[in-house]
Design a protein around this ligand. Structure first.
Ligand SMILES: Nc1ncnc2c1ncn2[C@@H]1O[C@H](COP(=O)(O)OP(=O)(O)O)[C@@H](O)[C@H]1O
Ligand SMILES: [Mg+2]
Length: 310
């Protein structure tokens, strides 16, 4: 027997479905908006394309670095120009430190030197060539950065160290030498599996100072011409810091070294210290010279020693 569905039931059902549709309408609009945003993101051509084949490939670089009247603003913070009129020079194999209050543009200077952004005004020159005319990937292969939070991955110590280089056939002795220079070799061989020890997700099996030294070994294996250290030791306690500092001093031989330092005690032996203030260099010299000037650096040093005494 055919069941007749009363017309009002059909109507009620249709209205309900329509109601559900309308309830989803705002979400649909949001989804469409989201999809459009994603498409725009995927369609966007990065200003600095890491995969670009353009630009000259430097066979080797000396490691002379110069910032000439560099002005920059982050795209997300267009009102705040940092650096603004940054001028400084680093000679090949020199050990240079950037110091200054938080937010004065030290890390941004390092980021610009790595060419993650281009300056708005002025230029950055390496061996006298503006860095934008180098092939970006090749140029970056001459630099190595160790920052406050080294990026380690699940895997063995060896894998984590090798990750820093694209060179093939690296001899075991070279890995060992980099680990010795990074002051981590004795620790590695004290582990039951040595270099093949698994360090867990993000290197969680290692302590802060150990992670930092693995990151330094990785940086050294790249044989950088310019080694960049952005507060590489500032999160460590002073015992750890000393070990890492010794590693860095060993590493500094043979390459230009630029260190952003929070604790001034760690950069006392730098060849040149640049004191930053609001995106500019306001003072430069050696530790002793700057202390004698009794100005910005002297104040920073006093501020740190009084906060330590508290
Ligand atoms: N990725 C970013 N996007 C937007 N603004 C940033 C970014 N990184 C830093 N800044 C801002 O740029 C200024 C300089 O920061 P930074 O170079 O990190 O200073 P420093 O390393 O001397 O503490 C600060 O005002 C900071 O808030
Ligand atoms: Mg910083």
């Amino acid at each position: 027997m055919v069941q007749h569905v009363p017309i009002f039931s059909v109507l009620a059902l249709s209205l309900e479905s329509a109601g559900t549709m309308f309830a989803y309408a705002p979400d649909l609009a949001k989804a469409r908006h989201g999809a459009a945003k994603l498409k725009a993101l995927f369609d966007r051509k990065p200003e600095i394309d890491s995969w670009s084949q353009d630009g000259t490939k430097a066979q080797s670089i000396e490691g002379h670095v110069e910032f000439r009247d560099v002005h920059f603003r982050y795209p997300t913070r267009p009102t705040q120009p940092v650096p603004r009129g940054l001028n400084l020079q680093v000679k090949p194999k020199q050990y240079v430190a950037f110091v200054g209050a938080s937010g004065c543009g030290k890390s941004t200077a390092i980021i610009l030197l790595e060419r993650f952004y281009d300056p708005l005004v002025g230029g950055i020159f390496v061996d006298g060539t503006e860095i934008s005319s180098f092939n970006v990937n090749d140029y970056r292969s001459h630099l190595a950065l160790v920052n406050q939070e080294p990026t380690l991955y699940r895997g063995t110590i060896r894998e984590n160290i090798l990750l820093g280089t694209d060179r093939d056939n690296i001899a075991e002795e070279e890995i060992v030498r980099c680990c010795k220079d990074a002051n981590i070799y004795d620790f590695i061989i004290s582990l039951p599996s040595g270099m093949d020890t698994l360090i867990g997700s993000k290197g969680c099996m290692l302590l802060g100072g150990q992670k930092q030294r693995v990151a330094i070994a990785r940086a050294l294996l790249r044989r950088p011409k310019v080694l960049l250290l952005d507060e590489a030791t500032s999160a460590l306690d002073s015992e750890c810091e000393k070990a890492v500092q010794e590693a860095l001093n060993a590493a500094a031989r043979g390459c230009t070294k630029i260190a952003v330092a929070h604790r001034l005690s760690t950069i006392k032996n730098a060849d040149m210290i640049y004191v930053f203030h609001q995106g500019r260099v306001v003072e430069s010299g050696t530790h002793d010279g700057l202390m004698e000037m009794k100005s910005a650096y002297f104040e920073l040093a006093n501020l740190q020693s009084s906060s330590k005494a508290q």
